[in-house]
Write a protein that binds this ligand. Structure first.
Ligand SMILES: [Zn+2]
Length: 327
């Protein structure tokens, strides 16, 4: 269906990329961040690619861009020798579908990638946001009343309402203190049948296997908290503890970190940047859009993902992010 391999798309992107690369846009890297890859499109997870979409995106990157590992990209930036149209691929949180669905596609095209794993959920349980998604998916059509815990009411009468309610619930619960959020998620859990849930996180063996196939493992805290909602001691345990747990699994040093939720000043601040440095990481990633070069703070490197559903516009957005003066 998607003609990512269309000669026109490939030629256009390479020609544009070469033109941009000859200007001051050179020596820049754009990092793409995915979360999970779906077996088939899911209406409530419209922003996550299904495996067919992921496949044309990887084919396009393999044909029109220079895909590098994050470590290679950081080294290339340090010596000022970044190839044109340099792109890195990352996945956040550590979903099982990275091993089951993304790895075969990455291997098919010979693409390196990094998975930032939330260490507290390895092989067990679900992250709080996924528990909310599971509940909103499973509840019958009607109204969800959370007035008693001060979180309002939510309409679930059709897909549009369900989507909107899910967005609101996740956005509101993100910034609740951890105890209040646990309370909300437990409350939601009790509304649905536990049997309907599945365990979507990577196991220890899958992490070892990913790493064995050249996929780098990065840290993403123990429990995926909003760091600014924690006291410093707890934040330190989340940052350094997640690193130690992953190192114990793969038997090597973990040098890259991604801030949960990733908004500078909102989800993390300078205290956490200092902790990430002190914990022994080489670089850390936010969720700001754009690309980076040599002058960028290595502990606040941007990452983003083109949301376009056609190959040409997907590729053009990457080129725009790589271009001089891009965000
Ligand atoms: Zn995350």
């Amino acid at each position: 269906m998607h003609a990512s391999h269309s000669p026109l798309t490939g030629l256009t992107l390479r020609a544009l990329g070469n033109a941009l690369g000859t200007t001051i846009g050179r020596n820049r890297v754009c990092v793409i961040n995915y979360h999970r890859v779906l077996h088939s499109p899911e209406p409530l997870l419209a922003s996550e690619p299904d495996v067919d979409t992921f496949r044309w995106q990887m084919e396009l990157l393999a044909r029109c861009f220079h895909v590098m590992s994050l470590h290679d990209a950081l080294r290339a930036i340090a010596v000022g020798k970044v190839p044109q149209r340099a792109v890195c691929i990352t996945f956040d949180d550590g979903y099982r579908s990275i091993h089951e669905l993304a790895l075969p596609v990455l291997r098919e095209f010979g693409l390196p990638a990094t998975v930032f794993v939330t260490s507290g959920y390895i092989g067990q349980g679900s992250m709080w946001n996924d528990r909310i998604i599971a509940t909103v998916q499973a509840l019958p059509a009607g109204e969800l009343d959370l007035e008693d815990i001060g979180l309002g009411t939510y309409q679930l009468r059709n897909l549009a309402q369900r989507r909107h309610s899910l967005e609101l619930l996740i956005e509101r619960s993100k910034y609740l203190p951890p105890a209040a959020r646990d309370n909300l998620v437990d409350r939601l859990d009790r509304l649905t049948d536990k049997e309907t849930r599945h365990d979507p996180m990577l196991t220890r063996d899958m992490i070892i296997d990913l790493n064995h196939h050249g996929i780098d493992i990065g840290a993403h805290t123990v429990s995926h908290p909003i760091l600014t909602s924690l006291d410093d001691q707890t934040a330190w345990h989340e940052i350094a503890g997640g690193k130690a747990q992953l190192e114990a699994i793969i038997g090597k040093s973990v040098r890259l970190f991604a801030y949960p939720n990733g908004k500078d000043g909102k989800d993390f601040d300078e205290r956490h940047v200092a902790m990430v440095r002190k914990a022994g990481f080489d670089a850390a990633f936010t969720t700001a859009a754009g690309s980076f070069g040599r002058c960028h703070d290595p502990f606040k490197l941007p990452r983003s993902r083109p949301w376009d559903d056609a190959p040409l516009t997907f590729g053009l957005r990457l080129l725009r992010w790589l271009a001089p003066g891009a965000p």
